[in-house]
Ligand binder design. Structure first.
Ligand code: BEZ
Ligand code: FE
Length: 310
């Protein structure tokens, strides 16, 4: 007999009381143990571990909150609508994981980075199309109208070694707070996106507009959840990155615009202090000419620091 099954036997007595009509399981302990024991034949030990913990936590949650049948039906209806809201370009379940803090918790638990390496943060639901390949210096703001800005830096290893040929995948919302995939037919596909290759010294630079804070989508069940809990839906202004280089672990991250009013209340809990960057007002006509932007302009400079993979 496995140790889990033995433990199950031991636990089975708990919560069972006797009265004139025989034993009565007042806490549902017996069904918990039966459900756990039903996993005895699971070939994959990790699957068994996860399902066992899931059953125990779900059952404990139900006991602790005295969940009613109507509440459980309401929860099932919510999860059903969440699934129905998913399309090829919308992932409501990722959004749910984000607003519950689960995505950030996973990132934090598995972030095993060398000192000095760039911190990771959530991928989010909008990295669902391939970014168009662009040349260094290209403008990813295909529409214009926002405040011009240059983003530049270096992809390097934690010891400072530059990583020539590193790939930098970038995506951001437009200056109205919408991603291209949210506005097909309004924004051109690929607006706010670019796949750049760092030069021989690991440098990257591109033009864009200063991103704006934006609300995560609230027209689905996750929006209902935010309203029911009195939460605002805003994310502080940011630009997303995935940086990768041969022999190094890729990093999925954002940079956040310093001074944004939502830095302390991100709807998806993804802000890390090291990722907050100054988008500095820059009055330098020669540099502006070099980058091909009107002077003055905003300039964010930061390095993407990757960890060597073992
Ligand atoms: C995003 O930054 O794209 C994002 C992240 C999590 C939820 C919604 C949006
Ligand atoms: Fe975003």
């Amino acid at each position: 007999m496995t140790s889990d099954a033995t433990a199950g036997r031991r636990r089975r007595g708990a919560g069972i009381t006797s009265d004139a009509t025989g034993p009565r399981d007042t806490t549902g302990t017996s069904v918990t143990e039966q459900a756990v024991a039903s996993l005895d034949g699971t070939a994959d030990p990790r699957l068994r571990e996860l399902l066992t913990a899931l059953i125990r936590h779900l059952h404990d949650f139900t006991r602790e909150t005295r969940l009613t049948r109507q509440e459980w039906e309401r929860a099932i209806a919510f999860l059903t609508v969440t699934g129905q809201a998913c399309t090829g370009t919308r992932q409501e379940f990722i959004l749910l994981s984000d607003v519950l803090g689960l995505s950030t918790l996973l990132e934090t638990l598995h972030q095993d980075r060398a000192p000095g390496a760039t911190e990771s943060t959530v991928l989010g639901p909008f990295h669902m199309t391939e970014s168009p390949v662009r040349e260094l210096g290209d403008d990813i703001d295909l529409v214009g109208g926002g405040e011009p800005c240059v983003v530049s830096g270096r992809v390097r290893a934690a010891d400072g070694t530059p990583l020539p040929g590193a790939v930098v995948d970038v995506w951001q919302a437009d200056d109205q707070g919408f991603y291209d995939v949210q506005q097909p037919g309004v924004q051109p596909a690929g607006n706010g996106r670019g796949l750049f290759t760092a030069d021989t010294e690991g440098r990257f630079w591109f033009r864009t507009c200063v991103p704006a804070p934006y609300p995560i989508p609230t027209d689905g069940p996750v929006g209902d959840l935010l309203r029911a809990t009195g939460r605002h839906p805003y994310r502080p202004a940011h630009i997303h990155f995935i940086a990768s280089a041969e022999g190094h672990t890729p990093v999925t991250t954002h940079i956040f615009v310093a001074g944004d009013e939502h830095l302390d209340s991100d709807a998806v809990f993804a802000v890390k202090e090291s990722l907050v960057q100054d988008f500095a007002e820059t009055d330098d006509p020669a540099l502006a000419r070099e980058f091909g932007v009107p002077n003055p302009f905003r300039h964010a400079r930061f390095d993407l620091v990757l960890e060597r993979s073992s």
